[in-house]
Design a protein around this ligand. Structure first.
Ligand code: ADP
Ligand code: ADP
Length: 230
């Protein structure tokens, strides 16, 4: 069974046709990179997967759950298993790094504070941010914030992590650290769907490239080297 399945999916914003007849199956164990010009629908496509955007027609099945016509309870369940890393981090500014990472596990998964802090330590070590656990997001660089956001996503033990232009808002000198964390996750077999303009990352890390333009998938290939050589 595919981890993500789009069947004839259409998405409109008013009259604007943002996703046009999307058909897509993503298996477990694939790192998929979505490329395409600005405004082509990449962000909209990944936001439909955890229902941050609702599709207008077609079928969307994620980890065996129908996202189209899902109840609010189903969506809450789905979002436990689908993590998302945003361009602008979406950290809580008035909570420390550690609190940002423990919040969802304690509130949503009802894990004890002690247990959540143990998990948070593991993932903050992984992204090399444990020494900043008591800092507030405003004190961190963009790259540091993004690594905290990744740790927060991982702390939910997601089956799938979505990345929406995770490095586009960062200073150039902090991008490398974030891409390195993402590359390590990929090596460890995390299921990832990544919207990015980082061609080096796409070329070196992707198992599959999906190229969009004007709301359509124009290319979908596992021949990543071939994609970049042509
Ligand atoms: P990309 O990620 O490829 O840059 P997006 O998915 O963000 O593209 O956007 C695709 C198109 O849909 C753009 O023209 C954008 O302005 C439009 N769009 C995105 N979200 C909305 C929205 N909430 N309301 C209206 N138009 C939107
Ligand atoms: P982020 O990187 O945090 O997702 P964006 O600027 O891409 O920020 O989008 C912020 C919000 O604005 C999203 O919810 C998106 O759907 C919405 N949006 C994007 N383009 C448009 C548009 N043309 N009209 C209305 N809303 C839009």
């Amino acid at each position: 069974m595919a981890l993500i399945e789009f069947k004839n999916v259409e998405k409109y914003f008013g009259d604007f046709h943002a996703l046009k007849n999307i058909n897509l199956e993503i298996e477990e164990g694939q790192v998929v990179v979505l490329l395409g010009p600005s405004g082509s629908g990449k962000s909209t496509l990944i936001r439909t997967i955890n229902a941050l955007e609702k599709i207008n027609s077609g079928e969307l099945i994620v980890d065996g759950r129908h996202v189209d016509n899902a109840s609010n309870q189903d969506l809450a369940e789905l979002r436990k298993h689908v993590g998302m890393v945003f361009q602008h981090f979406n950290l809580y500014p008035h909570k420390t790094v550690l609190e940002n990472v423990t919040l969802a596990p304690t509130k949503v998964l009802k894990i004890s504070k002690a247990e959540a802090e143990k998990t948070a330590e593991e993932y903050l070590q992984y992204v090399n941010m444990w020494d900043k656990k008591d800092s507030y997001p405003g004190m961190l660089s963009g790259g540091q914030k993004q690594r905290v956001a990744i740790a927060r996503g991982l702390a939910m033990h997601p089956k799938l992590l979505l990345f929406d232009e995770p490095t586009s808002a960062l200073d150039p000198e902090t991008i490398g650290d974030v891409l390195e964390v993402m590359q390590n996750l990929a090596k460890q077999g995390m299921n990832m769907l990544v919207v990015t303009h980082e061609m080096g990352f796409a070329r070196n890390v992707a198992d599959r490239i999906i190229f969009m333009a004007d709301g359509e998938i124009l290319q979908d290939t596992t021949d990543v080297a071939g994609f970049f050589d042509n």
